[in-house]
Structure formats: C-alpha cells, structure tokens
Ligand binder design. Structure first.
Ligand code: CAA
Length: 384
C-alpha cells in the first residue's frame, strides 16, 4: 500500500491551492453575502481543465484519475465551497455520467463543451435534475413525466434544489415514462435549457453555499428528441444512482475541504491568539479539540482516497463512496462548529471565515444523499 501522491497529483494539488487562494479567496465573503454565482472563478477553473478532470482528452477533458479530482476538490473547497460544488456537479454527475453511458453523438455534441466548461468562450456547464418537491431521499417517487410520443418525449413536471440551475446550459433530467414499471420506468434525458417550456424559478436564499445557484426548474410540454435519452429505455434511475455513487465521492471531498479549511484556520488562530498569558494552543482544552480535528480530517481523507481508488481500479465503490460521504460530511459539520468555538467571538463574525464554513458544511450532510441515505446504502449491503 502506497500513501504517497504522485508528482502529477502533487502538482495538481499545488495548482488548485494557488487557484483557491488567489482567485477564490478575494470576494468569497461578498459572494456569500450577496448570493453571487462565482462565474469568473468557474470560467478560470475551466481554463485550468478542472471542469472535466476525469474526461478522456479525446472529449476535451484533462484525462486524470478520480484521486486527482478529489485532491483538487479539497483545495478549492477549503476556501470556497460554493465554487467547489459547481465543479463537483459538472465533473461527477454530468461529465462522468455522459462519458460512461452516453452515445458517441451525445458525447460529441454535449460532453466536449461540458468537459471544457466553455462553448464559444461562454460558460457551458451542466446540472443534474433528480430531486422534486416530493422526491428527495425517496428518489424513485418521480412525478415529472416523460411521455413517449413516438420520436420524442413530452416532459412535464418540476425539479427542486438544482445546483447550477440558472447557469447550466444543459440539464440531465430524470423523468417517469412508465409508472407501472416503478424505478425501471424512469428515463434520463439530456435537455437543453433554451428549449420552449422551461422556466427557471428564483434563486433559493440558502443558509450556506450561497454563491452556488440553486433553483427549481419547471417543464411544461417540453419536447425532447429520443436521441437525447441516456442509455436504454428505463435506465434512468440506475443511471442516477450509478452517477451519484461517484458524485458522493466529490461531495465527500468538498466536505473534507471545509473540515480541513476550518482546522487549518483554527491552528493558525490558536497559535496567534493569547489568553491567560500564552497562545491558546498551549491550553489543553484547545489542543484536544485540534487533535480531534486533525484525526478526523485525516480519517476522512483516507476514506475518500480509498473510494476514489476503488473507482479508478474498477471495483464496486457504492459502499466506499457512501462511507466517505457520511464520515466526511459529519466531520465537516463538527469541525467547522469546533472552529467557531476555538475562534470565540471572532468566529461568529464574517472576516474569520469559519462561520461561513459552519453554514456551508451543513448541506454536505443533505445533498447527493443525506447522511441517513448513506447509512441505508451501507446498512442494506450488510443485510445482504
Ligand atoms: N448504486 C447502484 N444502484 C443502486 C443504488 C446505488 N447506490 N441505490 C439503489 N440502486 C438500484 C437498486 O439496486 C435497485 O435496482 P434493482 O431494481 O435492479 O434491484 C434500484 O436502484 C432501486 O433501488 P431501491 O429498490 O433500493 O430503491 P429505494 O426506493 O428503496 O431507494 C435509495 C433507494 C438508496 C434511498 C435511493 O432512492 C437514494 O439514493 N436516494 C437519495 C437520492 C439522492 O442522493 N439524491 C441527490 C439529488 S442530486 C443532488 O443533490 C445534486 C446536487 O445538486 C448537489
């Protein structure tokens, strides 16, 4: 077993770290306050090849492994979790899903610009539309319909909590075609945002990751060509689950970034801040907190690297990705809360960043499968 990163992975880590500190850090507080989508940052990430990291170079991607991707995700999320989730959705849910299951025509038409994050020099990213007002954790309970009209599907319904909802050019939409078949009657469709009948709802005013644009999307009699279905008829739910297995590794890395960022800021602060005549790091109460944070951050990182390696070596990564996500997201929430405590009053104001990290951390326990859903996935495998 080798715990060393390759030279290439170390270079990616450094590039991501530099990018986060020079391009994401300035303005991160303002984007959070004003709910501004980090368009400039995402366009620059695209220029670095970070929007299609795992996509084969022949489709415009960077041709890297999953481990390189999670290393980069951690660094971006340490500084700016809103930019990181945009990157994660495009890489894991959109690009990976299309490369794994799309037709050659779909790849040429959609994957090439999605992997580059740009088309005609304009932002070109995707979104993943599974959740609905009444289908969150209970994802098989789809109410959006894709009626088979012969050579096209007629799509009607509403999707909720869509990351990249207004900035995406392409939506991957799960919709029910044959209700009698349950989850096997669901199709995954590539729908261009510009089609008639699509309405993007207002931006959600969220607790955290306020820079990321989260919207509901409504479909009214939207005509989608059959050629835009991903995989065989009825493959949509399996597609969503398979794609989410990888997505959960990306969100675990986002959570790791938040936890590690909160930890690093706390170590720096504890070395500088003095109480009772000495830096607070010399108080055992603070040392114990930092020791636990260091341990849980490292344990999260190892679980995430293990899940990434399972994926890269073609092993089943359903369980390892669920374990990585539940552990890293719970670590992020806990570590960010401890970071605020260590910072005291300073932790409660915006300039010190950790209050934002605490708000950002919460969503990692909710999206791409709640902590409870991850435990269902792990627990069911034990019952088998
Ligand atoms: N990997 C592969 N296949 C899976 C799977 C997984 N993780 N989970 C389920 N499946 C398969 C099952 O094997 C089953 O297939 P068969 O019928 O062939 O056996 C099929 O999918 C249906 O599964 P279940 O019978 O287990 O379905 P269920 O109704 O009991 O629900 C669930 C299972 C695990 C709870 C699932 O609904 C789930 O994962 N829910 C959470 C959904 C989710 O993660 N949503 C995130 C939204 S996207 C998002 O957040 C993106 C963003 O913007 C950041």
């Amino acid at each position: 077993m080798n715990f060393e990163l390759s030279e290439e992975q170390l270079m990616i880590q450094q590039a991501a770290r530099d990018f986060a500190n020079h391009e994401c850090l300035p303005g991160v507080i303002e984007r959070d306050e004003k709910m501004l989508f980090p368009k400039e940052q995402v366009l620059k990430l695209a220029g670095l090849g970070f929007m299609g990291m795992m996509v084969n170079e022949k489709y415009g991607g960077a041709g890297l492994d999953t481990l390189s991707y999670v290393i980069a995700m951690e660094e971006i999320a340490k500084v700016d979790a809103s930019t990181a989730v945009c990157m994660s959705v495009n890489n894991s849910l959109v690009c990976w899903g299309l490369e794994a299951y799309g037709t050659e025509e779909q790849k040429q038409q959609y994957l090439v610009p999605l992997a580059q994050g740009k088309k005609d020099n304009e932002l070109y990213i995707g979104a993943f539309l599974l959740s609905e007002p009444e289908a969150g954790s209970d994802a098989t309970s789809q109410h959006t319909t894709a009626e088979d009209m012969g050579d096209y599907y007629l799509v009607n319904g509403t999707k909720n909590w869509i990351t990249n909802g207004s900035s995406a050019s392409v939506y991957f939409v799960m919709a029910q075609t044959d209700r009698s078949k349950g989850s096997k009657g669901i199709n995954a469709l590539i729908i261009e945002k510009g089609l008639p009948g699509i309405t993007v709802g207002p931006k959600e005013n969220k607790m955290g990751i306020r820079g990321s644009d989260t919207h509901s999307i409504q479909f009214t009699d939207v005509k989608v060509p059959k050629a835009n279905r991903i995989g065989k008829e009825g493959f949509g739910f399996k597609f969503a689950m398979q794609v989410l297995n990888g997505g959960r590794i990306g969100i675990a890395a986002q959570a790791l970034g938040i936890a590690a960022g909160a930890y690093e800021r706390s170590v720096n602060y504890a070395n500088e801040r003095k109480t009772f005549g000495k830096p607070i790091i010399n108080h055992q109460a603070i040392q114990f907190k930092l020791a636990d944070m260091a341990t849980r951050v490292e344990a999260s990182r190892l679980l995430i690297y293990k899940a990434a390696l399972d994926k890269d070596t073609n092993k089943d990564y359903t369980i390892s990705s669920a374990m990585a996500k539940v552990f890293a997201s719970e670590t992020a929430m806990w570590a960010a809360t401890e970071a605020v405590q260590i910072h005291g009053g300073y932790g409660y104001v915006k300039e010190y960043h950790v209050e934002r990290m605490m708000r950002d951390a919460k969503i990692t326990q909710i999206y791409e499968g709640t902590s409870e859903v991850q435990r269902i996935v792990i627990g069911r495998s034990l019952a088998k």
